[in-house]
Design a protein around this ligand. Structure first.
Ligand code: PLP
Length: 244
C-alpha cells in the first residue's frame, strides 16, 4: 500500500530546524508522504530567526488548490501562515474539504524571540481561530493565551478553545513547571500525557509534533492514537539531541 499523502502549509526555515523541512521529516518518519506549500520564506540559521516575508496569498492558494486537485490528500497540517491574508485564502479553500483531518499549529514567534506573524495580536487570533474550525489545534501556553486573548491561569482554560470551533485542543505544557504535561481536550473529555523532561535543546519540536499528528490521522489513527505516536516521535527526536 502506498503511503498516505499529507499536505503541509508552513514557513520555510532554510536551516531545517523547524518549518517545512522539519515537517516533511516528521511526516515521512510516521509513514506518510508530505507535499508542501511554503506560506512564508524566513531568513533563519540554526541559532535564530532574523526576518521573513510572507508568500503572496494568491500563490499559496494556487499551489494548495493544485495539490488538492491532483493528490489524494488524507490530512492537512498548517503551521506558520505569516499574516491574516494568507490565512484567509487557506481557510476559504478548506471550506470545500470539511471532512479532511486538519492539524493547526499556531506559529507566532520563534523560540529565539523573532516574530513569525505580521499584524496585530487580534489579527493573529482571528487568523488562527478561523483556520482551527474542526481542527486539532496544538498551541503551547503562550499561543493558547494569544488565541484566548488573556492569561492562562490554569491549563484547563485551554478547553474553551473547543468553544471557538476547534475539534480538539492539544495544549503543549512543556514550559510549565514540573514534569512536562500535554493536555488533550476533546468534546468527549480530557486526557493528560506526562513524561520525564528530556534535557535537550532542539528546535522545531512543535512543527514536528503537529506534522506527526497529521500523518497519524492520514494513516487512519484516532486523534488520541495520533497524539500518542507523535509525542513518541518528538521524544525520540529530543533524545537524539541531548548534549553530553
Ligand atoms: N520557523 C518556522 C518556519 C516555523 O514554522 C517555526 C515553528 O514554530 C519556527 C521557525 C520556530 O521554531 P523554533 O520555536 O524552534 O524557533
Amino acid at each position: 500500500m502506498s503511503s498516505p499523502c499529507v499536505l503541509v502549509l508552513a514557513g520555510l526555515d532554510p536551516s531545517g530546524g523547524a518549518g517545512l523541512l522539519a515537517d516533511a521529516e516528521a511526516v515521512r518518519a510516521m509513514g506518510a508522504r508530505p507535499v508542501c506549500v511554503a506560506t512564508a520564506l524566513t531568513v533563519q540559521t540554526t541559532r535564530a530567526a532574523r526576518r521573513f516575508e510572507a508568500v503572496k496569498p494568491a500563490l499559496v492558494a494556487e499551489s494548495m488548490k493544485a495539490l488538492l486537485e491532483e493528490e489524494d490528500v488524507r490530512a492537512i497540517k498548517i503551521g506558520m501562515v505569516g499574516n491574516r491574508a494568507v490565512a484567509a485564502e487557506i481557510a476559504a479553500l478548506l471550506q470545500a474539504r470539511p471532512r479532511l483531518p486538519l492539524v493547526v499549529d499556531p506559529v507566532l514567534a520563534a523560540s529565539s524571540g523573532a516574530r513569525l506573524f505580521e499584524g496585530s495580536s487580534s489579527d493573529a487570533r482571528d487568523a488562527y481561530l478561523r483556520l482551527a474550525k474542526g481542527a486539532v489545534l496544538t498551541p503551547n501556553v503562550a499561543e493558547a493565551e494569544a488565541l484566548l486573548g488573556g492569561k492562562l491561569d490554569n491549563p484547563l482554560m485551554a478547553a474553551t478553545l473547543l468553544g471557538e470551533g476547534a475539534g480538539a485542543v492539544l495544549l503543549k505544557g512543556g514550559h510549565l513547571p514540573g514534569h512536562p504535561t500535554d493536555f488533550l481536550f476533546q468534546p468527549e473529555g480530557e486526557e493528560r500525557f506526562s513524561a520525564p523532561r528530556i534535557a535537550a535543546t532542539a528546535r522545531g519540536t512543535g512543527c514536528r509534533l503537529a506534522s506527526a499528528i497529521a500523518a497519524g490521522l492520514a494513516r487512519g489513527l484516532s486523534v488520541r492514537e495520533a497524539v500518542v505516536a507523535a509525542r513518541q516521535l518528538v521524544r525520540d527526536y529530543l533524545q537524539a539531541h541531548v548534549s553530553v
